[in-house]
Design a protein around this ligand. Sequence first.
Ligand code: GTR
Length: 452
Amino acid sequence: MLSSLGNKHLAHSAIRNCTSFFSWISASVVFITIIANSSVSFGQSAIRPPNYDESAVPKYDLPNVLAGKDGKVITAINQWSEHRKYLLELLAENEYGSMPTDLVDIEVEKFDDGPAILQDKEEPGIRRRQFVITLKRNGKFVKIDMLLWTPNGSFEQVNCFVGLNFRGNQSTTDDPKVRLTSSWCDARNPGVVNNHATEASRASQGERWPIREIVRAGYGVATAHYGDIDPDFDDGFENGVHALFPEYRCTETTPERWGAIAAWAWGLSRLVDVLTKTDGISPNGMMVLGHSRLGKTALWAGANDERFKIVISNNSGCGGAALSKRCFGESVARINTSFPHWFNRNFRRFNDREDGMPFDQHQLVAAIAPRPVYISSASKDLWADPLGELLSGYHAAPAYSLFGLSGGLPSNLPAVNQSIGETIGYHLREGEHDLMSSDWQYFIQFAKRHGL
Ligand code: GTR
């Protein structure tokens, strides 16, 4: 199912790419070839088909997470902050793209505050708040709807999970008061007409956001639609929050600049700007989480923004927690072809050249140190390479050891449905690529274990 999802995206992007090279007819021929061979050729070399065979994983060398540009390994905590900067620059330059550092003006309007209505029943213990956050720069603006759930009547500040959603805030709950997103939505999702959500999309991903369980465990949870921040299609890095920084666009001559994942990560930091000033929320209790492409985003946001005290990535796969050099499941060439807008242009240099990458995803996990990080996989999600996701955590451990902390992960997959590790946590949920309330139970236990 996952690989067919990948193929669907591939087919879409193939059609998009092909039409600029060939006539419609030859595009159709290429489309048919893709379905038949599961590999693509646009006059360049074909993309390697995905590998699902552990014995075909190539031998690879990973850079030591404590090694700097000159290969020297750092040994003291006081060298960490410089070193972390190096790791972030390495990943920004070669993969996600650098984010602009200029500030934007932020306006916040709370347009709703009341008790949750879940399954047609008012829940007096759960408070629902909705805000519209306007980001402004140089006469341009972007609006983000943020939905926040917290325990009602609590006088204590609560720690808060923060994560983006795929289909609009209304898709995360059946609460009829949650506003329908008016921004771009993926046309393939249920209840979406002409790339806009309709009422039929309400609660379509409600099981991914078990509000009752999270709030009853004493946490807040904030979410916003990723399409509010940057619509998820290839437009040459121009729309969404990219439009606020036109002079900072990723182009052929500036291939190191931000793609969509970096834009979503930047947007998460803007939510934190607001949440840390919102009453009832502990400014020191921010935890970022995300699933799939938004799991990649959560890792990049958490690595960059130290206000996230815990970072959680669910089924994040290629460009997320999975080691690229293992060449298992989704590859760099495949992801860059299906989603040319997620990463920067420099990342394309590693298409089918993972062995030449001067970095890998364990350095992304390491850049989060010494803050706790949690990686979760699903047993049937081979496209995302569960073992590769675990191994990033395993190989990131020396960064935690520098602080006297144990990562605590083994290098072999554990049995399904058990949470393992120490400062780096992991579980392999039985089942498909998804975010489920059982995953959330492990995230909550991990947060409690680490004092949040
Ligand atoms: C897939 C993509 C994955 C993953 C997933 C998702 O098609 O190949 O990298 O991010 O989408 O975000 O749902």
